[in-house]
Design a protein around this ligand. Structure first.
Ligand SMILES: *Cc1c(COP(=O)(O)O)cnc(C)c1O
Length: 394
């Protein structure tokens, strides 16, 4: 590995690269191989005994995957990392490797739907307890810590409600009680926010979203303290949620443009949010860098940009939400975010349709909530499409 990570982060995202082969290629080739060869029995023995850092098998390590992990570590300022097949396998591995029967997980209530399923349906099967705290009431968190609390888990900004919490405050609480602070940094990416600098011990990622940025492959990563990653690596090496070399190759190339893309996504999202604030068909607009966001001051303190997600509330509720989706011409209706193509979603009629209004309200989803993932198209076209669809759906 050509570890030039003494450069600026945006240079590292471009320049960290697997060592050149004898072919003298400029761009890293794909290492689509399940296993790796040894010159002799002694080298093989030494490698299996951890006396060398040669590759053995792609479930453990692979040059493309290592390149991706090195970039993630450099960008997040982390000591070590492991890449997984999806964001969910990264989060699941961070729980399973570090929590045991009898432990307690303290999690924010506003978390990704599948993470919520893992916490409430699966962790109890292995005797791991959990409780949820409210991100809008950080003063109440410390009182929820129990003698067996081992980890605090949080997403900031949260999906889809864009709730934000002060990571330095969480780190202070976690360190005082000797608890691991695990932050899902999917929405901000290391370009806009670096949880480890704020005191987090672990950072989990769905690379499927902004890191790929083009809606092509699934991927995930956990980065953070060496001793914690060692446990996660041991767990993953044997249980098999490894990232495929092909996906790692795609994702590592994606990271070369991550800084440029996140700047553009954030710039367009802010323009969209500002323009929609005066729209007569909306009762509210939520975006981290709008002064009207309840945690605007915290967003400004810990983020360098507001990110690519804008949420708004339609005055006409559920029925208007359905009409709005049908009236869109440019924006895609799809279950993803963080793409070069702008996407609209209406949780109340889709992902959260099975819940009652009351259950939705608890997780911050109101009937008329629309989530826009702002893409790389010209902002004029994005705004015009949303405005015409609002007009038609009124
Ligand atoms: C999508 C998402 C995940 C899960 O990632 P996958 O790559 O789909 O497994 C986790 N956390 C957040 C915040 C997400 O948006």
């Amino acid at each position: 590995m050509n570890k030039k990570n003494h450069y600026q982060p945006d240079t590292n995202a471009v320049r960290i690269q697997t060592a050149r082969t004898n072919e003298m290629e400029h761009s890293t080739p794909m290492f689509l191989t399940s296993s790796f060869c040894f010159d002799d029995a002694e080298e093989m023995r030494a490698t299996f005994a951890d006396e060398t850092d040669f590759n053995i098998y792609s479930r453990f390590s692979n040059p493309n995957v290592d390149e991706f992990v090195q970039k993630m570590c450099a960008l997040e300022g982390a000591e070590a990392g492991y890449a997984t097949a999806s964001g969910m396998s990264a989060i699941f591995a961070s729980f399973m490797a570090l929590l045991k029967a009898g432990d307690h997980l303290l999690s924010a209530r506003s978390i990704f739907g599948s993470t919520h399923t893992v916490v409430t349906k699966f962790l109890p099967k292995w005797g791991i307890e959990s409780s949820y705290f409210d991100m809008n009431d950080p003063g109440g968190i410390e009182a929820m810590i129990k003698p067996n609390t081992r980890m605090i888990f949080v997403e900031t900004p949260s999906n889809p409600g864009l709730e934000i919490i002060d990571m330095e405050l969480l780190a202070k609480i976690a360190n005082k009680h000797n608890i691991i602070l695990n932050v899902d940094n999917c929405f901000a990416t290391p370009v806009l926010q670096r949880p480890i600098e704020a005191g987090a011990h672990l950072v989990t990622h769905s690379a499927t979203k902004w890191i790929d940025g083009q809606g092509r492959v699934l991927g995930g990563a956990v980065v953070g303290k060496k001793e914690l990653i060692k446990e996660i690596h041991t767990f993953c090496r044997s249980t098999g949620p490894a990232m495929s070399p092909f996906n790692a190759w795609v994702l590592s190339k994606s990271m070369e443009t991550l800084y440029v893309r996140m700047e553009r996504h954030s710039e367009s999202a802010l323009k969209l949010a500002q323009a929609l604030e005066s729209n007569p068909y909306l009762s509210s607009v939520k975006y981290p860098f709008l002064p009207s966001h309840p945690q605007y001051a915290i967003a400004k303190k810990q983020m360098s940009g507001g990110g690519g997600i804008v949420c708004f509330e339609l005055k006409g509720g559920l029925a208007q939400g359905v009409r709005f989706l049908n009236a869109l011409q440019l924006l895609s209706l799809t279950a993803n975010l963080g793409d070069s193509r702008s996407i609209a979603s209406h949780p109340a009629s889709t992902t959260h349709a099975k819940l009652t209004d009351q259950e939705r309200a608890i997780v911050g989803i109101t009937p008329g909530l629309i989530r826009i993932s702002v893409g790389l198209e010209n902002i004029k076209d994005i705004l015009e499409d949303i405005e015409q669809a609002l007009e038609k759906s009124k």
